[in-house]
Design a protein around this ligand. Sequence first.
Ligand SMILES: [Zn+2]
Length: 202
Amino acid sequence: MRRLLLALPFALLPLAIAQAAEKHDHDHDHEHASLDAHEHGVARLNAALDGQTLELELESPAMNLVGFEHAASTDADKAKVAAVRAQLEKPLALFSLPPAAGCVVAQQELESPLFGDKPDAHDHDEDHGQAKDAGGHEHHHEHSEIHAHYQFTCATPGALKNLDLAGVFKTFPATQKIQVQLISPSGQQGVEATAKAASLKF
Ligand SMILES: [Zn+2]
């Protein structure tokens, strides 16, 4: 009898391990899913400084930058998208790169469904609206992101002491925080920047 009781915890052990493994898988799935869905107000930035090359990769919900995520159909929406695009096309100013570092844009790429100019976008929107009304279903989520990828060549990278994101928060005030992955000669760090703590050390 006594021997049986002692054996019991060991008999249960494989089950506990199996459950733990299952839980781990579940957590992993969950984590993966939350990477796909974005959170309004939160943007991600990868910043890598390697020699004279500085790379910045900004991934933001369109909501933070333009204030909506649907395809622009009205003139006002189109003007807003164009204005945001123009700001993103001036990264030296947006990211307040110090003139002493002598950075020039070597490459830049902007990507967003909102930047695509499909001639039939308007018709599509109308069809979509009718379908939604017919279904009587107002619950509708359509998320769009704006991705901006920049590569700079900096003559004096030593002058890049900080990455100051104050300009980004000021230009796009709907951005509440930016999750930054910073890679520099001093190592890799994950930092959360906000309007009040916008300056990061390279
Ligand atoms: Zn969204």
